[in-house]
Ligand binder design. Sequence first.
Ligand SMILES: [Zn+2]
Length: 276
Amino acid sequence: MTSAVKRFFHPVQSCLILSLIVLACGLCSCRSVPVTGRSQFLLTTESYENSLGAESYEEYKAEYPVSKNAEYNAALARCGNAIKAVAGADEFEWEFTVLDSEIQNAFCLPGGKVAVYSGIMDSMANEAELAFVVGHEIGHAIARHGGERMSRSILQSLGAVLVSAAFNSETIDAIYGTGTELGVMLPYSRSNESEADIIGLVLMARAGYDPSASYTFWRRFTNNAEGSSKLESILSTHPCDSDRIRAMEENEPMAREEYNKAPTKYGFGRTFTRKK
Ligand SMILES: [Zn+2]
């Protein structure tokens, strides 16, 4: 190692950097996001992401009991199966579970592990609103937003190692740390949310649910204090504002074309006896 290189990189740091570069080159892949066609760069493999998803899902099921609400279970099974059939993710090992909890949220972990808390279903008017929420969550999974977030994190770790090795300055570490926190620590980026909305809209429509239900649900709970407090949990992980709702409305004609082609149409599906 030359003295110039020695000045910048401690041998241990050099090995770490080299390992990270080798790992990154070996695993990285480019792909197009289904439905939107956006190109994405990933440093994680799908099988790795899916194994993490399956592991976390078991933990959630151990923490919350499965709901005994027959109406909710039947609705999730019906719309889950309809969306699964049009999601184009045959490699997923799908599971759909209603978890009994007041929490008003839903998620789809990598690999197709879907959970909806009964608390959010209490606020839904019908099965089509559920289909949009489930479609949106599945959108995050088939777009591999979790993998993208991990990939960004790997790159930032690599960047942090390089920066600290090159300059060895605590100040630079502190500044860099703030940036990485802002970029990665938020649940999902706004652009990931918008993309999941588009995918969710298209999936619900292809599955035979009326796409206008995408914004009726959000309209009831966004931009008013009562609604925001009711949906505090889902809004904390899926920020929603008037721009997001407007985008759903603007994309409705495109989704309606998909809906018109759907072989089976559920319309708004079953009406729920809303509790909230
Ligand atoms: Zn989301």
